[in-house]
Design a protein around this ligand. Sequence first.
Ligand SMILES: [Zn+2]
Length: 196
Amino acid sequence: MKIIAYGNPILRKQSSEIKEIDGEIRRLVGDMKETMKAAGGVGLAAPQVAVSKMLFVVDWSLLENEEIREEGIVAYINPVIHSVSEKNIVDLEGCLSIPEVAAEVMRPDRIEMSYQDLNGGEVELELTGYPARVVQHEYDHLQGILFIDRLAQSERAKIRDKLKDILAGRVKPFDGTQPVKGTSTEPVTYKRPAVF
Ligand SMILES: [Zn+2]
């Protein structure tokens, strides 16, 4: 699938709830997983492939040193973040829809969430640290929020020219025509800032 870029109005829409996890949704999840891998992302939200539905996928296997990496690739359907910690932490983020841009974002350190799995089962989850950050970034996509909206003034000033390049089409996100990373024999190595 083609990943849409910053500036596309679809990235600013509120996503709608998925009423039924049918064949169409399963196909979409499969296509999104493939696209995420090919683009070298840790996560991918449906709006990033121009689908305004409450769904994102995360490839936890790319997060070295995190226990959750054993979960592999997980699809999160109709996710809800119920509560966040008062403690905030700052770390670098990037986004597949905002290529070649990285900035420091402050976010709550811990979240409690629920979501539906591909079988429609309700799952409760608590995440801390970088995994909590990945999920918050993806969750924001479902509400039409981008990580650049959460930057301090000084961080925002640093990336202004890069954003202009994306809006002008000089820098483009993964569109399916670039070489597919997942098919090479080389492992896709994760290095911060991760993009999701
Ligand atoms: Zn993103």
